[in-house]
Ligand binder design. Structure first.
Ligand SMILES: [Zn+2]
Length: 295
């Protein structure tokens, strides 16, 4: 629970006015917490109060910095059991940036009917994101189905074919690698989906740009690579910057140091927030997306 007088309070108030309500990962976390019989204690994580919007110590809250921009693609996170509870989970950051983010807890023995309905919804073209070397070659794709020319305001009698209008839905297995492999093998409802395998060239370009050496990408980095493949460069960059800002504030809070507010990532987010105020961008957002109603 938040303290009445802590410095993050005004940030949280601003968030409540601005934001559409708790997002899918936040709701899944709340459900998962309600089911657990003992409090979840994150190893090595922060102790004490956390902002419910960003999970960081309220004095280091980043809610007011959150990018909001129109994103046509959707993301469906299938989360391993305790993933939603981890303070370091970066699927949360995808849900911050991509308005149409859906999150489901994964269980071997049952599947949420809402997940099946989402995968069958004709407005979406789902892609299961997974390394191609573990999959039968005929299922693997490296790029998205061509979406046809952009036509944000179709007129009656001039509609594009429904298949061309389908929006990409990236299905991400948000889990450790051994868990993700198990989820992949034991989820028959995913078997019909094309498997989107990120290309080594794209990943090494990303590593170079970000000065990253590790082989492993976190979930929000995979999300950013998917957005880039969908041609949503601004959203991809916003998600990268959001991960950097989150990581910086999280670590500064952990070490009880004040955050810097003018890092390149902070400046990148600022430019997204300015762009969002342009009327054309807002109109496009209203046309393309139905933002999740506050739950
Ligand atoms: Zn916050």
């Amino acid at each position: 629970m938040t303290n009445q007088n802590h410095p993050g309070e005004d940030h949280e108030a601003a968030r409540l006015i601005d934001a559409p309500g708790p997002h899918a990962v936040s709701r899944l976390r709340a459900q998962r917490l309600a089911r657990s019989s003992k409090p979840f204690l994150a190893r090595g994580g922060m102790k004490g109060a956390r902002c419910p919007g960003c999970r960081i110590n309220p004095a280091h809250c980043i809610c007011r910095l959150q990018p909001r921009l129109p994103v046509r693609a959707g993301v469906c996170l299938l989360m391993a059991d305790i993933e939603a509870l981890k303070p370091s989970n970066t699927g949360w950051l995808i849900a911050d940036v991509v308005a149409d983010t859906f999150a489901f807890g994964w269980a071997r023995t049952d599947v949420d009917p809402a997940l099946l309905a989402l995968l069958a919804d004709p407005q979406w073209q789902p892609y299961l994101v997974f390394p191609g070397e573990f999959v039968a070659p005929d299922r693997v794709v490296h790029r998205l189905t061509p979406a046809g020319p952009a036509q944000p305001h179709p007129q009656p009698g001039n509609m594009e074919s429904p298949t061309l209008r389908r929006r990409p839905l990236f299905v991400l297995l948000d889990a450790t690698w051994p868990e993700a492999r198990k989820m992949f093998r034991k989820s028959p409802y995913l078997d019909a989906l094309p498997v989107l395998s990120l290309q080594p060239e794209q990943m090494s370009r990303y590593r170079l740009r970000r000065s990253r050496r590790e082989d492993h990408f976190c979930t929000s980095e995979v999300g950013a690579l998917c957005l880039e493949l969908a041609g949503e460069t601004q959203a991809a960059q916003a998600l990268e910057a959001w991960l950097d800002v989150y990581t910086h504030h999280y670590l500064q809070a952990k070490h009880q140091l004040p955050p810097e507010l003018n890092t390149p990532a902070h400046l990148a987010l600022q430019s997204v927030r300015v762009a969002r105020e342009v009327p054309e961008v807002r109109a496009l957002a209203a046309c393309q997306d139905t933002f999740e109603e506050a739950g």
